[in-house]
Structures are given as structure tokens and as C-alpha cells.
Design a binder for this molecule. Structure first.
Ligand code: TXA
Ligand code: MG
Length: 345
């Protein structure tokens, strides 16, 4: 695949493939998406098959700038329109009541639909070209179910192979995703009874949302719509991941060296790391960290260590989205350290 920004001919070709019911991977500003025509249930079924994703997990529908939201959703609250004006195109997904004619396949059988207008120029060009800008591209992150999301075309090839081999008809290469973690998901489908509910934290913060609609989003309740990115174990590399405070790191590495365990480290502090088989010095800012996060997890996974150790981060609002992803990648951190006999006494 070309490493260049796809030209109009490549984008038109990708749009035709989508219109024919094929799968096309597309770059977005958050992560790469695995796209299919949202109104073609057979095409959407190919997404589920390729990802190995359970059929009751809904996918986000990506629309072109200026798309008619009323085509996809019903009972659209005024808050949705204000958020769209403020944050689209951009990394915010809105869950709204689904319009009656939208296929079950995209909503995983729920009565809602997730909508997002991405800001990446290649995604926008594709959405404008696809069905003359009136279509929707259903696109989950372009990774196997539960794996780390892709932020480069190379990551997508690592997951699914190089087209035409594998399940994808094409991959559009738009460079490395700028944001690096998935969109903020806000549920507005139960506005009258529950108000706005944050289903997944991301680059757009609860405060930014509150500044626009005047209400701070609540955290999910038991009846909130399901979101697979909110399962406990998700975004995980094949190598176990554990979160460890900077102060515990030297002791852990020493113990690992003594017991012959191979450790890969992702650290943010200025630490001199010894005895690690691989290390990634992560950027200091939340923006920089998010940008590098998935590439770093993939790079650390590739050395086949016994464990990837990630230095814990501040638990402040700017780190919310990143901490959410790391907590899921490091699901059962304590148990993993226990089993490797690396838990601190
Ligand atoms: O940044 C992103 O959102 C990326 C890019 C490609 O746009 N997409 C992404 O998709 O992260 P995915 O499928 O990996 O995660 C989307 C999340 C899932 O947890 C899904 O369950 C939830 O959105 N979702 C989609 N439609 C929904 C709906 N109608 N109700 C509740 N959750 C929904
Ligand atoms: Mg995903």
C-alpha cells in the first residue's frame, strides 16, 4: 500500500468498494476504522466476521460533514445539535435514538445508533465520495476483538493482512492518527430520563461537554447502552500488562532479573531503566501520550516479553481517557504480578 496521502482516485476507488459491500480500512484522527456500508447488513456482517466480534455489539456510523442526522436518528435532543456544532468534525460519538429504517446490524439490536463525523481529511474525503455524501460508514476500530486499536495503516495490515489477501478490500493510508485513542462516547438516547451519560472517556472531556450543554455527563448506570470498548478486558496486547508506580519499578525490575523474567517497560518519568528487554519513554503530556499509546503497546508486545510494565499516570482529568484504556489493557494487573512472582511485598 502507498505510504502517501491517498489521492482522489484512490478515495473514489475505496468509495466504490464500500458501495459494493466490501470492507475498507480508513484513517481517522482517533484510530483506524474498519469500514462498511452501514445500510448494507451483509457488509456490516463482514465487519463482525473479520473482527471476531459478538453480533450484539453495535458499531459507530461515520457520516460526512453536514450530513442529515435526522436520517439516522429520531427524537434528536437540542443538546445533540449544540454538541455537533461545537465538536464535529471531531472525536465525539453521540448515541441517539435510532431512526426506524436503520438496520439492526449496526445497532447490535439496540434501539439506538452511534454517530460520528471524523475530522481526518482522508476520512472526510471518503465520506463525501461514498454514496454522494449521503451514506454512513459503519466502522469499529480496525483490530481483532479485544486487541489494541490501530493508529497506522501498518497496524491494520498486522491485524488483517495486506489486501487483497485477508478480509479487507483496501486500506487507505492517512499516516499516524493524531489523537491516538478512540472517540469520547456520549449517550443522549435517554436524555429525558437519564440526561447525558459518558459511555467512554476520550479526547473531548466531560467539562468541554458541560461547557456546551450546561450539564455534566453522568457515568454509565446498569441500564446504559452496552459499549464493547467499556468491557473490563479490552485494548489488550497478547503479552500481559501490569500497571506499576514509578517508585516500585526498580525493585520489580531487579526481582525480574533475578528470576529470569523478561520485562518490557513503558515509562513516563525520567528513570534509568535497567534489566528491561525493551523500553518506551512515553511523552510527558496527555496529548503526546495518547498519540503514542497504541504504537508503544504494539512495539512492546512485539518483543514477546513475559510482561509489559506500564508506569502509572496521574489520575487527573486530562489523563482520564488514557487511564481508562490502560486499566483495561492491564485488567488483572495484581493477579498477573502475583503469578509471575513479581508482586511487591
Ligand atoms: O474513535 C472511534 O470511535 C473509532 C473510530 C474508527 O471512529 N471507532 C471505535 O469503534 O472506537 P469501536 O467499535 O471499536 O468502538 C465503538 C464503541 C463500542 O464500544 C460500541 O459498543 C459503542 O461504541 N457503540 C456504538 N454504537 C452504539 C450504540 N448505539 N449504543 C451504545 N454503544 C454504541
Ligand atoms: Mg474498538
Amino acid at each position: 500500500m502507498p505510504e502517501l496521502i491517498p489521492d482522489q482516485a484512490a478515495i473514489a476507488a475505496a468509495a466504490r468498494l464500500l458501495e459494493q459491500g466490501e470492507l475498507v480500512a480508513l484513517p481517522t484522527e482517533t484510530v483506524y476504522g474498519l469500514g462498511a456500508d452501514a445500510e448494507n447488513p451483509e457488509a456490516v456482517a463482514k465487519i463482525y466476521a473479520a473482527k471476531g466480534r459478538p453480533a450484539n455489539h453495535p458499531v459507530i456510523v461515520h457520516v460526512a460533514p453536514g450530513a442529515d442526522i435526522a436520517y439516522w436518528a429520531s427524537d434528536i435532543p437540542a443538546e445533540a445539535k449544540r454538541l455537533i456544532d461545537a465538536f464535529w468534525p471531531g472525536p465525539l460519538t453521540l448515541i441517539l435514538k435510532r431512526a426506524a429504517h436503520i438496520p439492526d446490524a449496526v445497532s447490535g439490536g439496540q434501539d439506538s445508533v452511534g454517530l460520528r463525523c471524523p475530522s481526518h481529511p482522508v476520512a472526510q474525503a471518503l465520506l463525501r465520495e461514498f454514496k454522494g455524501g449521503r451514506g454512513g460508514v459503519a466502522a469499529p476500530s480496525a483490530n481483532k476483538f479485544g486487541h489494541v486499536s490501530p493508529t497506522t495503516a501498518r497496524h491494520v495490515r498486522d491485524e488483517f493482512g495486506t489486501p487483497p489477501q485477508g478480509p479487507l478490500a483496501a486500506i487507505l493510508d492517512g499516516g499516524q492518527s493524531a489523537v491516538g485513542i478512540e472517540s469520547t462516547i456520549l449517550d443522549l438516547s435517554r436524555m429525558p430520563s437519564h440526561g447525558p451519560v459518558l459511555l467512554r472517556p476520550g479526547h473531548i472531556s466531560p467539562q468541554q461537554i458541560a461547557d456546551v450543554i450546561g450539564v455534566m455527563p453522568a457515568l454509565p448506570d446498569a441500564a446504559a447502552p452496552r459499549a464493547s470498548g467499556t468491557l473490563d478486558a479490552h485494548y489488550a496486547p497478547a503479552t500481559p500488562v501490569a500497571l506499576v508506580a514509578a517508585a516500585q519499578l526498580p525493585g520489580l525490575l531487579e526481582k525480574a532479573a533475578r528470576t529470569g523474567k523478561r520485562i518490557a517497560v513503558m515509562h513516563r518519568s525520567e528513570l534509568s531503566i535497567i534489566n528491561a528487554v525493551a523500553q518506551y519513554h512515553m511523552p510527558a503530556t496527555p496529548e503526546g501520550y495518547a498519540h503514542d499509546l497504541y504504537a508503544a503497546l504494539r512495539a512492546m508486545d512485539a518483543v514477546h516479553a513475559d510482561l509489559i510494565v506500564v508506569e502509572t499516570l496521574p489520575v487527573t482529568v486530562p489523563w482520564q481517557g488514557i487511564n481508562d484504556r490502560l486499566r483495561r489493557a492491564a485488567f488483572d494487573s495484581a493477579g498477573i504480578l502475583e503469578r509471575l512472582a513479581l508482586a511487591s511485598m
